[in-house]
Design a protein around this ligand. Structure first.
Ligand SMILES: Cc1cc2nc3c(=O)[nH]c(=O)nc-3n(C[C@H](O)[C@H](O)[C@H](O)COP(=O)(O)OP(=O)(O)OC[C@H]3O[C@@H](n4cnc5c(N)ncnc54)[C@H](O)[C@@H]3O)c2cc1C
Length: 409
């Protein structure tokens, strides 16, 4: 591990999503330096943070010992306490992960094992369909695990509240400020926007879908590249709202880093189905109409493209067909909620695009990944559950790269 930097004074954070803003707040509130946040959009939480499922994950899926497992567990409690302190909605509606047939029992047992090792509180293994229906009356399956403390929140509102604290502690949050240059000169880093250039002792890039591009600005390796996966949602009609009381998830395909189309009751009591995982044709490709030749050709030319295609072509075809054909999407969900009808899918709601890191060998990187290049720290992979883990990711960066201990709560 690299030695921690001497206590920095001037710190830039690139990215006004929940990870960047949580970090800026932690730095400013602890008085670790003069903090400037650069966000290219005119509002905070404009990308992944404002377009997700709003789930506070309890740590069911993640490999024990991984950063995801550790920071999700820490972050979950921090988000809960922060919401309570600020009066923001935090609802423990619970999550049921349902195995529909025998082929899913092995992967379900692995989820149970990981959950127990990760310390998921009050986890229940269920083999009796009647018990399953006490929790979710419309579900069909042969076994399940239930996590009663998995919660839902509004991550955009949390980001605004974190930003309010950060500003209150002196952080300067600059909206509409795209970082277009990042040069390391000796022990400092120079951050350029179309408006100005400034020198910092430390820069932390939390740039989500652009994290590889920002890393390249600093002279870092182009790998891992970001591969954008669009998550499409369908809104359930009001008459179907009761089909799901909390969250109902399928057993995910362990070869793929996504959780599968699920039912989620949002904080404002709407029920959504999703998200899918469709390869997007642009980093900010929120629909099929948003195409970037640069992003798409860049992905096709990436050394890992052939390997990824060989391994996951079937999954790609399946996701694309479910995006184009409502019936395919509906069939995925009806497997575990048979009373669902096509007419209950009232319309597509806003999609999100996941920033998934992708290695040169074609592998999709599962764990969170953070790199350092002199005075620049680069968050290179922060997919789900990074919103849940955001405050813990901030502490991790501060502990590991600034050598500062997190004060006891
Ligand atoms: C469909 C979907 C569902 C998800 N569901 C969940 C969930 O239920 N629970 C959960 O915990 N996680 C979930 N996630 C993951 C979670 O949303 C992300 O992991 C998290 O929001 C990452 O936050 P971030 O700040 O790293 O990225 P972002 O929110 O994407 O923020 C990055 C910011 O950097 C800015 N930026 C980029 N380049 C520059 C530049 N050059 N200069 C200035 N600014 C720049 C961007 O404009 C952006 O605002 C989901 C994600 C998606 C897409």
């Amino acid at each position: 591990m690299l030695p921690p930097l001497a206590r920095p004074r001037r710190i830039a954070v690139i990215g006004g999503g929940i990870v960047g803003v949580a970090l800026a707040r932690a730095l400013a509130v602890r008085g670790l330096g003069e903090v400037v946040v650069y966000e290219k959009e005119r509002r905070l939480a404009a990308h992944q943070t404002g377009h997700n499922s709003g789930v506070v994950h309890a740590g069911l899926y993640y490999a024990p010992g991984s950063l995801k497992a550790e920071l999700c567990t820490r972050g979950r409690g921090q988000i809960r306490d922060f919401c309570r302190e600020k009066g923001l909605p935090y609802r423990e509606v619970g999550k049921l992960v349902v195995a529909v047939d025998e082929s899913e029992l092995g992967p379900l047992a692995e989820i149970e094992r990981r959950s127990r090792e990760n310390g998921v509180p009050d986890l229940e293994r269920i083999d009796d369909p009647a018990r399953m229906r006490e929790i979710e009356p419309h579900v069909a399956g042969i076994a399940a695990v239930h996590s009663p403390h998995t919660a839902i929140v509004d991550y955009a509102a949390i980001t605004e509240a974190l930003a309010h604290d950060a500003r209150g502690a002196g952080a300067d949050i600059r909206l509409g400020s795209e970082v277009t240059g990042l040069r390391i000169i000796g022990e400092t880093a120079h951050v350029a926007t179309p408006h100005d250039e400034r020198e910092f002792d430390l820069v932390v890039a939390c740039a989500g879908l652009q994290s590889d591009l920002v890393a390249k600005l600093a002279g870092a390796d182009a790998s891992p590249r970001i591969l954008p996966f669009r998550g499409e949602y369908w809104q359930l009609s009001a008459e179907a709202n009761d089909l799901c009381h909390g969250m109902i998830y399928p057993v995910p395909d362990p070869r793929f880093p996504f959780l599968g189309v699920h039912f989620t009751r949002g904080v404002y009591d709407d029920v959504r189905l999703g998200p899918s995982a469709v390869p997007a044709l642009a980093r900010e490709g929120y629909s099929w109409a948003r195409i970037s030749l640069k992003d798409t050709l860049g992905s096709i030319a990436w050394p890992g493209a052939g390997a990824l295609l060989r391994e996951h072509w079937y999954m790609g075809v399946d996701e694309i067909s479910a995006s184009l054909l409502k019936r395919r999407y509906f069939e995925k969900a009806r497997r575990f909620v048979p009373e669902l009808a096509m007419t209950h899918l009232a319309g597509k709601s806003a999609a999100g695009v996941r920033a998934q890191a992708w290695g040169r060998d074609g592998s999709l990187i599962d764990d969170f990944a953070v790199d350092r290049l002199g005075p620049v720290t680069l968050i290179r992979n922060a997919p789900s559950p990074a919103a849940t883990s955001s405050m813990a990711i901030a502490d991790h960066v501060i502990e590991r790269f600034l050598g500062e201990r997190t004060p006891a709560a």
